[in-house]
Design a protein around this ligand. Structure first.
Ligand code: HEC
Length: 201
């Protein structure tokens, strides 16, 4: 409610200081209202359609909507996870579970990331996702217990993982790579917002 009031106020200020921009001010106010308004279905766990930073990571979504039935890190799935399913069928299942059982409103990217997270469980490999990149650093998620190392301009910097969250300070204008090691498997991931491991089946 506070946010709505301040959006309206700033739109009003724009109108007063520059009459020409009044129309734009109103357009922005309308846009702000439409973004802040609760979704029509009124579901508590529904999220706005527009994705905001930091991105919602797959492990975070899983822990929110799936863990109660499928266990921490997918431990209740058992070794049959995905058995007899093509990758497209796995993705469809994940998407349907997100919407139906999980009660989530998810983007394509989020379904892709959650499907990749399931591939990592099936392959018993570390999962890593980069959910925020700003000029001074990056942050993201990883399978608990993963050893993470950041490689930037020939230097190796260890990253501390707390449960499934990590962050690191670095100059994000330079190319960097993360190496994740878990269960004797190593995976490399270039540092870029929204990327995750196991993108391909
Ligand atoms: C209320 C319990 C419940 C919740 C919450 C739930 N699931 Fe499920 N899920 C099930 C059941 C039961 C099955 C097996 C029956 C079936 O195949 O429809 C299943 C099956 C699956 C499978 C197929 C497993 C396999 O062996 O191939 C996937 C993948 C899956 N769920 C993903 C998810 C994801 C992702 C979420 C969270 C967004 C989620 N589920 C939330 C109950 C749940």
């Amino acid at each position: 409610m506070m946010q709505r009031a301040s959006f309206t106020e700033s739109a009003t200020r724009v109108q007063r200081s520059n009459p020409q921009s009044a129309a734009w001010g109103l357009t922005y106010a309308a846009l702000a209202f439409s973004l802040l308004s609760p979704p029509a279905n009124g579901k508590q766990n529904a999220v706005p359609k527009m994705e905001v930073l930091p991105l919602r990571g797959a492990i975070n979504l899983y822990d929110k909507a799936c863990v109660r039935c499928h266990g921490p890190g997918g431990s209740f799935y058992g070794s049959d996870l995905g058995k007899g399913k093509t990758d497209a069928q796995l993705r469809k299942m994940v998407w349907e579970m997100c919407v139906a059982q999980g009660g989530l409103t998810v983007s394509q990217r989020e379904v892709d990331a959650m499907t990749a997270y399931h591939r990592s469980i099936m392959k018993h490999e570390p999962f890593v996702e980069i959910t925020a990149v700003n000029p001074t650093g990056i942050s993201g998620e990883a399978t608990p217990g993963t050893k993470l190392q950041l490689e930037i301009a020939g230097r190796n910097i260890p990253i501390t993982l707390t449960e499934n969250r990590w962050s690191a300070t670095l100059d994000t204008t330079k190319p960097a790579t993360i190496t994740a090691t878990w269960s004797e498997k190593s995976i490399r991931l270039p540092v870029k917002l929204g990327t995750f491991t196991q993108q391909q089946p």
